[in-house]
Design a protein around this ligand. Structure first.
Ligand SMILES: Cc1cc2nc3c(=O)[nH]c(=O)nc-3n(C[C@H](O)[C@H](O)[C@H](O)COP(=O)(O)O)c2cc1C
Length: 131
């Protein structure tokens, strides 16, 4: 990851923000867990990246409903993982996952759980949502 970050930095300008997506808990036997990912986030602190963007799960644990949370999952279901990583690193942290209302986004930011909100399907449904 350090080599990839360095290559991006060489190919861009110093003010180009590089954000690293990390899966906090892969939710598979032997996969990354929150303590592993917290250590990775801390190891990124001296690389110059702008922020980490915290998801959870992977394609082997897709059916647990965290990778792309389905209807049965509550809004903001992945945010506790982002909060856990934020508590472990000085880097700004981005949260994602079924953030469908501005109220949830504002409440999460105000509570300090994350520094940024990331939107996936919300923006596919309504590109004007951030307004
Ligand atoms: C069509 C689609 C493709 C996605 N591709 C990726 C991907 O390549 N890498 C990744 O980390 N997440 C990917 N995601 C997950 C999103 O980045 C996001 O974490 C997830 O959709 C939850 O956020 P949302 O509820 O705002 O959509 C994808 C999601 C969708 C719907």
């Amino acid at each position: 990851m350090r080599e990839v970050i360095a290559a991006i930095q060489q190919a861009t300008s110093p003010d180009f923000p590089i954000v690293v997506r990390l899966s906090a808990d892969e939710l598979v036997p032997g996969g990354l867990t929150v303590p592993d990912t917290a250590a990775i986030a801390r190891a990124l602190e001296d690389t110059g990246v702008a922020a980490v963007d915290v998801s959870s799960s992977n394609y082997a644990s897709f059916d647990q409903g965290y990778l792309i949370p389905p209807m049965a999952q509550p809004d903001g279901v992945v945010l506790p993982y982002a909060k856990a990583i934020k508590e472990a690193t000085s880097l700004p942290v981005m949260g994602v996952g079924k953030i469908r209302t501005p109220e949830l986004a504002a409440r999460t930011l105000a509570a300090g759980g994350v520094d940024f909100i990331a939107l996936g399907r919300t923006l596919l449904a309504d590109p004007d949502w951030p307004r």
